[in-house]
Design a protein around this ligand. Structure first.
Ligand SMILES: Cc1cc2nc3c(=O)[nH]c(=O)nc-3n(C[C@H](O)[C@H](O)[C@H](O)COP(=O)(O)OP(=O)(O)OC[C@H]3O[C@@H](n4cnc5c(N)ncnc54)[C@H](O)[C@@H]3O)c2cc1C
Length: 468
């Protein structure tokens, strides 16, 4: 006999637990199912542990640079076991927090096991059968291991197995020069590994503007990270204990020899083993569940939230999905996915904070725009901190004066960008920030200055570079 629930939630990532809380406190009888680690990717193998490790890497870098600040100390290396223990403690606290919260929640039953659809209203978890008129899918995604000659011959790491690394790889070779690869790359370089990042494209994180990609490459190169760009034909082989990555590049030696290999080549949704066909839920070609603007799937009564719906790939987008679903179901508030503005950060040091459109997207849109840019070398707070790499830039609509997008690559960039985001949500003109009195000395205090120096957006990225 199937057990009846008012709602079933599959996955305890960044949307499921909060949704369980809202539904259960509204009086619904809720079942939530987790097959592995409570808290999902962010808590166990994503944001939280990586940012804990980024903090250790920052401490190492500061120690290496101590003399620049007049501090007498000799940097004698990193204890990777303690780096991992610190990371495990922070991540573990978060995991047990989620688990304890769910298991102690009134009106909520936790199932541990793999959930699978048996029909549009029935889920199996091992021998158990659960039924509900409302099913919420929050299954997240996992790292992809791409088809690559020789990959089956060599050991490799991904973002999950990197969490077990409690030693210093002598030479970490990373395939993939995007967000995850860059964060791990800088981190392990700071810990003391030699690091080579192999990227198939002409530039890093190609969805960013060219000046952002170029500046990030320079920042990492200054710290000694090696790059092999345009690696169109990657093949792998073993040589004794080493791994050889053959790269068909436009320049440089044909092969990179490393001690360890990290694949940072993208992610795929966990939808292939969910029995979606038995429910009639449709996906796109890559397995992302198709949803409408309020996150309902093709089957009434089934919603998909978080990374598995392809509408976002961040913790904040997954959490925002929860807010949208809860608002629609419980608050008669018709919130939508299309209400949200693109926002994310890349946690290299200095971080990149990004909101809205890139300059390239603004150009493509054809709308008349104004742009401003300021190097961090002209930001007092950055000079005082000895962290002057990067720049801030912004684009605004020349007619409405609304902000279209911004990038802050620089110290505090992940925090400073939020004030721009809030003005964008308020649909206020850029003059709201320009006329605001900001606190001195901060990075934010230069936002009004930059906005006071707007010029027409250059017609091409090359023109923008030439203009400085
Ligand atoms: C290395 C790395 C760093 C990151 N850093 C950041 C960052 O700094 N900021 C940021 O915003 N985002 C970051 N992300 C992305 C972020 O982790 C994800 O966007 C977020 O975790 C997605 O949440 P989710 O709820 O969609 O899924 P997940 O967190 O992946 O949770 C899904 C859960 O569902 C469970 N599950 C799957 N299938 C089943 C099933 N059939 N039955 C039962 N349970 C199932 C899984 O075990 C998992 O616990 C990072 C990701 C990685 C990999």
């Amino acid at each position: 006999m199937a057990k009846q629930y008012d709602a079933i939630i599959i996955g305890t990532g960044q949307a499921g637990p909060s949704l369980a809380g809202r539904l259960a406190s509204s009086g619904m009888n809720v079942a939530i199912i987790e097959r592995k680690l409570f808290g999902g990717t962010c808590v166990n193998t994503g944001c939280i542990p990586t940012k804990a490790m980024v903090a250790s890497a920052y401490a190492a870098r500061t120690a290496q640079r101590a003399a620049e600040y007049g501090v007498n100390t000799a940097f004698s290396g990193v204890d990777m076991k303690r780096v991992k223990a610190r990371k495990d403690q922070i991540s573990g606290q978060s995991r047990t927090g989620v688990e304890g919260w769910l298991k102690g929640m009134a009106n909520c039953t936790v199932y541990e096991g793999h959930a699978r659809f048996e029909s549009p209203r029935e889920i199996s978890v091992g021998a158990e059968r659960l039924q509900s008129e409302r099913i919420f899918i929050n299954v997240g995604g996992r790292a992809v291991a791409p088809e690559m000659p020789g990959l089956s011959e060599v050991p490799f790491l991904n973002n999950s197995s990197m969490m077990n690394v409690d030693f210093l790889p002598q030479h970490l070779v990373i395939i993939g020069g995007s967000y995850i690869g860059l964060e791990f790359g800088q981190m392990f370089r700071r810990f003391g590994s030699e690091v080579t990042i192999i990227e198939m494209g002409e530039r890093l994180i190609a969805r960013e503007d060219e000046d952002v990609s170029a500046a990030i490459k320079e920042i990492l190169e200054r710290e000694g990270v090696n790059f092999r760009m345009n690696a169109k034909c990657i093949g792998l082989a073993r040589r004794g204990d080493d791994i050889v990555a053959q790269v068909d590049c436009t320049s440089g030696a044909p092969g990179v020899v490393g001690s360890h290999l990290l694949l940072a080549t993208g992610r795929r949704p966990n939808t292939d083993d969910l029995g979606l066909d038995k429910a009639g839920v449709t996906t796109d070609k890559r397995g992302y569940i198709l949803v409408d603007d309020q996150l309902q799937t093709s089957v009434p009564g089934i919603w998909a939230l978080g990374d598995c719906n392809g509408k976002g790939a961040f913790t904040h987008t997954a959490y925002n999905d929860f807010e949208i679903v809860a608002a629609n179901l419980l608050d008669r508030d018709p919130r939508r996915v299309s209400d949200r503005i693109t926002a994310y950060a890349l946690y290299i040091d200095p971080p990149l904070g990004r909101v809205g459109m890139t300059e390239a997207e603004v150009r493509k849109s054809g709308r008349p725009a104004l742009a401003g840019k300021r190097p961090m070398t002209r930001v007092g707070r950055a000079i005082e901190k000895g962290e002057t790499q990067g720049f801030m830039k912004i684009a605004v609509d020349a007619k409405t004066h609304e902000i279209l997008g911004a990038a802050i690559l620089g110290t505090g960039g992940d925090e400073v960008i939020q004030s721009i985001l809030d003005v964008m949500y308020a649909k206020s003109p850029y003059t709201t920030i320009q006329r605001a009195m900001h606190i001195h000395p901060t990075v934010s205090e230069l936002l009004p200055t930059m906005l006071g120096e707007l010029r027409p957006l250059a017609a091409t990225a090359a023109d923008a570079r030439a203009a400085g």
